[in-house]
Design a protein around this ligand. Structure first.
Ligand SMILES: CC(C)(COP(=O)(O)OP(=O)(O)OC[C@H]1O[C@@H](n2cnc3c(N)ncnc32)[C@H](O)[C@@H]1OP(=O)(O)O)[C@@H](O)C(=O)NCCC(=O)NCCS
Length: 170
């Protein structure tokens, strides 16, 4: 299995904030932003491995600053780290006040995708090679996040054993 640079998976998306995209605070609805995040991250993961991928987990989404209708919202995503079949993708969300040009980091997110073979089983992905300072920092800190994911996955499996599938009206 070969190697791919982080830049080979890098994707960008910029959008306006339309009236149908806002919540009752007149700022971008969190669910809308999460949909943009999952969308762009899945493209970055697919570009890295050139295989079908699924979202295994949205590890974190931190909403740092509200996005208003006068802002353009830009997302940047790239693969930061790989396991055997899993890929960690980082998404950076920047808002730009269109009339002043002022830019602010509005949100950051980490997600994990898994590459699937023809039988929808996890399959090996290429290693990732970071180059820029940002990519190197994210790559270097990734094993710690991978360990946290491993522990959280164990915990969520244990938790699922306690949950029932009955509805209140059953
Ligand atoms: C993600 C999925 C393919 C993993 O399958 P699985 O049979 O559990 O596979 P494994 O236990 O062998 O794990 C495969 C890889 O996924 C990773 N993984 C599995 N579940 C994970 C989770 N919840 N969070 C992070 N990584 C996870 C494992 O760490 C492993 O990584 P590695 O190969 O790099 O070591 C499976 O759980 C699945 O299909 N889930 C539903 C996905 C989905 O519907 N997403 C939403 C729509 S795209």
């Amino acid at each position: 299995m070969g190697k791919r640079f982080s830049r080979e998976s890098r994707c960008f998306k910029t959008a306006r904030v339309f009236p149908t995209d806002v919540n009752n605070h007149n700022t971008l609805f969190g669910g809308k932003l999460m949909s943009y995040i999952d969308d762009i991250a899945s493209i970055a993961a697919t570009k890295h491995c050139r295989r079908p991928v699924v979202t295994a987990s949205t590890d974190s989404v931190d909403f740092l600053s509200p996005i208003r209708p006068s802002d353009a919202v830009s997302l940047e995503a790239f693969v930061t780290w790989t396991g055997r079949s899993s890929m960690e993708v980082f998404v950076k969300v920047v808002k730009e006040e269109l009339l002043t040009g002022e830019r602010t980091i509005a949100a950051t997110s980490f997600l994990t995708f898994v590459a699937l073979d023809e039988n929808r089983k996890p399959i090996e992905v290429p290693d990732v090679v970071p180059e820029t300072e940002e990519e190197l920092k994210l790559h270097e800190t990734a094993p710690q996040r991978a360990e946290m994911r491993r522990l959280r996955r164990q915990e969520s499996k244990r938790f699922a054993d306690y949950l029932t599938v009955t509805h209140p009206w059953d």
